[in-house]
Design a protein around this ligand. Structure first.
Ligand SMILES: *Cc1c(COP(=O)(O)O)cnc(C)c1O
Length: 405
């Protein structure tokens, strides 16, 4: 383990220290643990110039990550995800520059690859053999793929209305997958309560310390891609909030080593109106977000009625001068269609929610026309049900070409 720059882990609520190199779940107070580094040693070990020469993908940030042995870095050919400009939409809205960070290009088609690559690599390094989690689909797919790659067993519980593609890819990639007649928190309870009887390790969002470290690489990557100048606003589709918390952490680490200044993007937590616990807590000025009853939205990845890291999401949003915003399913579908037709980008519903939120924020003045914004497209749109399409042509009859004009 001496190959890493990890100094210790820390309770995100109390600051209590925990030793590195051991298996950890939540802290004693039931809160997420954050990985802390010896940042001065890290800064001496790597430079922006050295980084620039490395292969693409998130493993290039090895010094910022907790995996010690190179052979434990489980890889499936990760790429640096592109930042795609949307000039037609920019012109149409008369807004500022919009960059879509397309995370759908990662292995298993979503940004869950980042978090699970790290969680699985650390599980391997720490000698765990059986991993389990509740999922709305993409996390389970990433877990199954990386666990199989690492030679570990994975067991996944998802709500019974999870997109078919997710359920099937989990199974094909070697995960044991179960459908539960409930939501992700009901699945989470089954995993938590089964721990003693099965010996599996719970890799639920924020219930182990390393998925945040993986998602943190979105912040490192974004900074590097933009020449170490952060954008003005980041719209993030927020479920458990791992990515928002992780990016916020990465910016602090980059500032501590002198690679960026104090300027931060405003972090915007985007949720669906049918499941918006963070938005409700934000609007009431509260630190914690109680369970959202009867959660429903087509954006299954953000259908998370309750989040253990609620206070960390709200804190990052507040410290950044950002806000939390909810968008209707109707607007999500409309935003998805507009981005696909205008720019050729097939966003997933959660990614489309960030664009819907941007349009809304531009209209109500929370975001200005000068702001350069980044929208996170968290997964490929191809995994989700799409509207039926395709009109018939009968090859046996004369073709009426006028109809194609
Ligand atoms: C998991 C997921 C989210 C939410 O990500 P968090 O970082 O856990 O908040 C959003 N969209 C999709 C497609 C997801 O799979």
């Amino acid at each position: 383990m001496s190959e890493t720059f990890v100094s210790h882990l820390e309770c995100s609520l109390t600051g209590k220290r925990y030793e590195a190199g051991r298996v950890h779940g939540l802290s004693e107070t039931g809160r997420p643990l954050l990985v802390r580094y010896d940042l001065s040693a890290l800064a001496r070990a790597v430079s922006k110039e050295a980084l620039a020469r490395r292969p693409e993908g998130f493993w290039r940030y090895a010094e910022f990550l907790p995996v010690g042995k190179p052979e434990n870095r489980i890889t499936l050919g990760e790429v640096t995800t592109p930042l795609i400009r949307t000039p037609r939409i920019k012109a149409k809205l008369g807004g500022g520059e919009i960059l879509v960070k397309d995370e759908g290009r990662l292995p298993t088609g979503s940004f869950k690859a980042r978090g699970l690559a790290l969680a699985v690599s650390m599980a391997k390094e720490l000698g765990l053999s059986h991993l389990a989690m509740p999922t709305n689909g993409n996390a389970g797919a990433a877990l199954a793929a990386y666990a199989s790659r690492a030679g570990l067993k994975s067991t996944v519980f998802c709500p019974d209305d999870t997109p078919r593609a997710n359920v099937e890819e989990i199974a094909l990639q070697g995960g044991d997958v179960y459908l539960v007649n409930g939501l992700i928190n009901d699945c989470g309870r089954i995993v938590a309560e089964g721990k003693d009887k099965t010996g599996w390790f719970d890799v639920s969002t924020l219930k182990e310390p390393y998925r945040i470290e993986g998602k943190k690489t979105m912040g490192l990557e974004l900074a590097e891609q933009l020449g170490w100048e952060l954008p003005d606003v980041v719209f993030y589709p927020t479920g458990g909030g791992t990515g928002l918390i992780g990016m916020w952490k990465s910016f602090a680490e980059l500032e501590a080593i002198g690679w960026i200044g104090a300027r931060r993007p405003r972090m915007v937590a985007v949720q669906a109106s049918g499941c918006a616990p963070i938005v409700r807590a934000w609007e009431k000025g509260e630190e914690h977000a109680p369970l959202w009853e009867n959660a429903h939205t087509i954006a299954s990845g953000i259908r998370v009625p309750v989040a253990v890291g609620d206070f960390l999401i709200i804190r990052a949003v507040r410290e950044s001068g950002g806000f939390a915003i909810a968008v209707d399913d109707f607007d999500i579908l409309d935003a998805q269609k507009e981005m696909a037709r205008e720019e050729g980008l097939l966003l997933c519903p959660e990614g489309a929610a960030t664009y819907a939120a941007y349009r809304q924020s531009l209209a109500d003045g929370r975001v200005s026309r000068e702001d350069r914004v980044v929208l996170f497209n968290c997964a490929t749109g191809l995994k989700y049900p799409m509207p039926q399409a395709g009109r018939r042509v009968d090859r046996a009859k004369p073709v009426d070409y006028a109809q194609f004009l």
